[in-house]
Design a protein around this ligand. Sequence first.
Ligand code: AMO
Length: 434
Amino acid sequence: MALIRDSSNIKAGDGTVTINGWVQDVRNLGGISFITLRDRYGTVQITMPKKKIEPELFELLTGLSRESAVSVTGEVKESNQTALGVELIPLSAKIHGEAASPLPLGVVDKVNAEMDTRLNNRFMDLRKPEIRAVFELRSMAVDLIFEAAAENGFVNVSTPKIVASGAEGGSTLFGVDYFGRQAYLAQSPQLYKQMLMSTGLDRIFEIGPAFRAEHSNTNRHVTEFISFDGEMAWIEKEEDVMEMIGRIIDRVLRGLAEKGAKQLEILGKSIKIPELPYPVLTYGECLKLVIDAGLPLKEGDDLGTEGEKIVGDAMSAKGFDLYFIAEYPEEAKPFYIMEKPGTPYSYSFDLDFKGQEISSGGQREHRYDELVGRMSKKGLNPDDFGFYLDAFKYGMPPHGGWGIGVDRLITKLLDLPNVREAILFPRDVSRLSP
Ligand code: AMO
């Protein structure tokens, strides 16, 4: 049997090998024909001098449609005409899946297709090396998160995604009919990760889906995203959480720069590794920046997309891509966040990356009475959260945590124009398929 080779390891002297791939291009010059066969790692040239190839095989191969899936077995020959320095002279071929034409999307065409066309034909879009590179880097980033979390003593957990109550406000809940009872898709693991803080599993993380019925059609919101959540107990202050996020992100960035060098090269990108600790601005400082830039915001307002961008530009000018915005008004933050005593602010923060929020977190209210008080203040009925509140009645340590949008992290890291570029099959208001 012939050796199985691919474009990353084929070399002169291999003898007879088989290459699996897609037909990127067929050029028939009469006396000689060429096929560019593309696999996961690159391309191999199949060279077919008409006189030296069985007529049937020659006809079969030259008649192939672009993007057909094939295995070609042949002799590896040295060549100074190809980038790999070798070419394959075919002896036999197996056609596994002939591609219909026209193709729904060109793989090598220079014309950039609309995003909708690309997403509708994602299987074809992903045949482009620069699209695949994003997902290979994403895979590495997730692996690195697992490594960094484990190194810092975090236990990997999975919490339910079909839940009885929301934690992040009612407007973005997706309802589910759960055997006749009202249930929801989890907006975040918030309630569960906090409950775990009373168990002794005092550092936990989860990488899992989060669902939000976002009606807005923006380049950074989807209805299903992957969240990297962390929660840690026995903290003294929210800065302990920020320090941990910095440590984990730094580890991911360094790892990606090293392990993802090839994919980054395909994308023409590099990873900038900011110094630790990441700078911290207060909400008040950001509000001032934004008002000075001419946005009509007032104390307590959300900074909004435009405001975040203004802050991002100001920070970029100082050389900072990643920075925390801390001390948000408590009113703007969910019930589980701890208030800063005697002020309208809270121990909560966002982590922004070049003018876009990629994470929020903070210190939680771990005191039962204060927590119930905050629920009531936010118009929530504590009775709906009995299972959660119980965990605060019998010895809950101080704790804090974060949620990082993995899709947004990758988007900003690779400077992609839209969060959908970092998601294989995105879900949004108009997109439920594929
Ligand atoms: P928050 O609601 O800010 O906080 O979400 C955390 C992070 O998740 C990402 N994110 C989204 N990504 C894509 N599409 C969306 N619709 C979307 N919504 C949120 C963002 C955001 O920063 N429980 C808290 C976290 C915590 O305090 O631990 C929470 O969910 O990157």
